[in-house]
Design a protein around this ligand. Structure first.
Ligand code: AMP
Length: 185
């Protein structure tokens, strides 16, 4: 049973790795960003509520994200395990996740921190085709990561389940290192 939290700045490769791991480990990939993008595409109530945040590269309010994750983690497929990608992103979100997991009597296996330098991140993000990958929005998202998300590393560092992996390496090498970390724990 594997329950992973993939952590790292935008462009670190969380989505790519989560997708591969989801297939390899046969567990659902839960990406809050993907859920928001689908909601925006469907023009649902949630989509309309969150669109401006994604366009600007700012964070969706904690209460909205936490409610959504709570609802996702109440679905039956998560009995097999899960991979969280892009959540939590703030200390209150991490606290809410702890409470939520305690309530459903689950715990995470590992927090995987994908570390990549800012210059590599900017290059990678500029090479993608996503709507929020313009230079201005990229800079905003990196700022949000530095100010609001990176403090979470100290939160998870208190546990022995935080593993930092060099995310600048080739996709397959990063994947192999993640698999090793899972096997070792
Ligand atoms: P991502 O695909 O993870 O890069 O997320 C894209 C965008 O969705 C972010 O820039 C935020 O606007 C929003 N988002 C995704 N996950 C979260 C979260 N955990 N908390 C707040 N906003 C989020």
């Amino acid at each position: 049973m594997v329950r992973l939290i993939l952590f790292g700045p935008p462009g670190a490769g969380k989505g790519t790795q989560a997708e591969a791991l989801s297939k390899q480990l046969q567990v659902p990939h839960i990406s809050t960003g993907d859920i928001f993008r689908s909601a925006i595409a469907a023009q649902s109530e949630l989509g309309l509520k969150v669109q401006a945040y994604l366009d600007q590269g700012t964070l969706v309010p904690d209460s909205v994200v936490i409610d959504m994750v709570q609802e996702r983690l109440s679905q039956s497929d998560i009995a097999a395990g899960w991979i969280l990608d892009g959540f939590p992103r703030t200390v209150p979100q991490a606290q809410a996740l702890d409470e939520l997991l305690a309530k459903i009597k689950q715990d995470y296996t590992l927090v995987l921190n994908l570390q990549v330098s800012e210059s590599v991140l900017v290059q990678r993000l500029l090479g993608r085709q996503r709507k929020d990958d313009t230079e201005e929005v990229i800079q905003q998202r990196l700022r949000v990561y530095r100010d609001e998300t990176s403090p979470l590393l100290a939160f998870y560092d208190l546990s022995t389940r935080l593993v930092t992996i060099d995310g600048a390496a080739e996709v397959e090498i990063v994947n192999a290192r993640i698999q090793e970390a899972i096997t070792a724990c």
